[in-house]
Design a protein around this ligand. Structure first.
Ligand code: ZN
Length: 439
């Protein structure tokens, strides 16, 4: 099943919809033929007898969530073991890691995905790109970036993750003009450079491709973290959102206003808490159907991430929908005396304060409808008090948490660990036996 791609940046909405319907029909036929899990599920749901005539019928199809994927992991494998050329694992932050088996065609698809994503961000063969994401440990992201850059012909500089001293050394010696990495980690690299008397703005870095954490506000302008990065490196800040399960990216184009869907590689839906499609432009849970995957195909996979789609034509000319910033994880929504918010809203307030060097949140259940929120902030500036920070947060979010000030080192120790792809800044004690962060 070698994929064939027909759409490009000039494709019309009708062409995109027709192609997606065709690919979805192929996907359903493949799932029923090759995936033990979906053969059973679609058979039980009686779907086998009802062909898909329109994408409007998508909502008739069953959803898949992470717990099903984990519990029946092996049944999602749709090829024989000899066809598998690469194995990825999710990091298992919230339970057992889940395996994703990839075939040669899947790696070619992954290459195509990342090549398209990087090209939308304006990358070309002249670029020198520092990849601050792991290529090992069965992670997918670093591998995907490397494959995509190789297809473009750009120079890949594989720094990996979790070694800030090496990243600094590579920036100084290899002079990349593009950095790919987790925004909060890129910010700490900028601070390291500044502490060494080097202004990161003078190093010729032109673009930062930010992964794993949002860098935009809901209105698609740069968030305080995005602005801080832009100022520190004097570089253009672009975002990309993906996960191991989806094996597909939503990447900002050069216009930098939300991650474009790659319509031949994935279908996207936004659903509400009941599982129904939200009204156009509303936020809800991102549900994806990655298309053309052989090894571990998925159908209507619930990501647990909350965001909205922007369907207006983009400045770049593409008509594909753009995904706005991830507002938060569905499971991380905080309730505070009648107000609901995501941890990122508190992060946005803190990122705007120069003296703040990292933070994390601890949440406990206070009453049924209200959480006790504790914000632990790394701060060196003695003129900043916990009460003042709590008031700043309350002014922006209508939620006044308990604030505790500690050293930046204490924040690092609690949030950064080499086996995580990015810092864990959310600790949830609302369910007595759980203590979960986000991978
Ligand atoms: Zn665009």
């Amino acid at each position: 099943m070698r994929p064939e791609y027909r759409l490009d940046a000039t494709s019309t909405l009708q062409e995109i919809a027709a192609r997606q319907l065709e690919l979805m029909q192929q996907q359903l036929a493949y799932l029923q033929h090759a995936s033990p899990y979906y053969r059973e599920l679609l058979g039980t749901a009686g779907f086998a007898a009802r062909p898909l005539h329109s994408l409007d019928q998508l909502s008739d199809l069953p959803l898949t969530d992470k717990s099903q994927f984990a519990a029946r992991n092996r049944d999602f494998m749709a090829v024989s073991a000899t066809q598998v050329v690469d194995i990825c694992q999710t990091s298992g932050t919230t339970g057992e890691p889940v395996t994703i088996w990839q075939t040669e065609n899947d790696l070619q698809r992954l290459t195509r995905n990342e090549q398209m994503a990087f090209m939308a961000a304006g990358l070309c063969r002249e670029d020198r790109v520092l990849i601050c994401a792991a290529l090992d440990r069965c992670f997918m992201a670093g591998l995907a970036y490397f494959l995509g850059l190789r297809a473009i012909g750009a120079t890949a500089i594989r720094a990996g993750s979790g070694q800030p001293a090496l990243v600094v050394q590579l920036i100084l010696h290899q002079r990349p003009n593009i950095l790919v990495g987790v925004p909060s980690q890129l910010l700490s690299i900028a601070r390291r450079l500044q502490q060494a008397g080097i202004d990161p703005a003078n190093l010729g870095v032109e673009k930062l491709i930010c992964i794993g954490e949002p860098i935009r506000n809901p209105d698609l302008t740069l968030s305080p973290l995005g602005m801080l990065l832009q100022k520190s490196f004097a570089a253009r800040i672009l975002g990309t959102y993906a996960s191991t399960e989806m094996a597909t990216a939503f990447a900002d184009c050069t216009a930098g206003c939300g991650g474009h869907l790659l319509p031949e590689l994935m279908l996207v839906e936004i659903i509400d808490a009941r599982g129904d499609a939200v009204a156009d432009g509303e936020s809800g849970e991102v549900v994806v159907t990655p298309l053309g995957i052989e090894g571990t195909p998925l159908l209507r996979y619930r990501t647990g991430d909350i965001a909205r789609l922007h369907r207006e034509p983009c400045l770049c000319g593409r008509l594909t929908p753009r995904l706005g910033p991830i507002l938060g994880r569905k499971a991380q929504m905080l309730k505070y005396r009648g107000t609901t918010l995501f941890p990122a809203a508190i992060g946005n307030v803190l990122h705007a304060i120069e003296a703040v060097q990292g933070y994390y949140l601890e949440v406990e259940r206070e009453f049924d409808l209200s959480d006790r929120i504790r914000v632990v902030v790394g701060c060196t500036d003695r003129s900043l008090t916990a009460e003042h920070l709590a008031e700043l947060i309350a002014a922006k979010t209508r939620v006044k948490p308990e604030v505790v000030l500690v050293s930046a080192e204490e924040i690092m120790q609690k949030t950064v660990s080499p086996d995580r792809r990015k810092p864990v800044i959310f600790f949830d004690y609302r369910h007595s036996d759980s203590k979960t962060g986000r991978d």
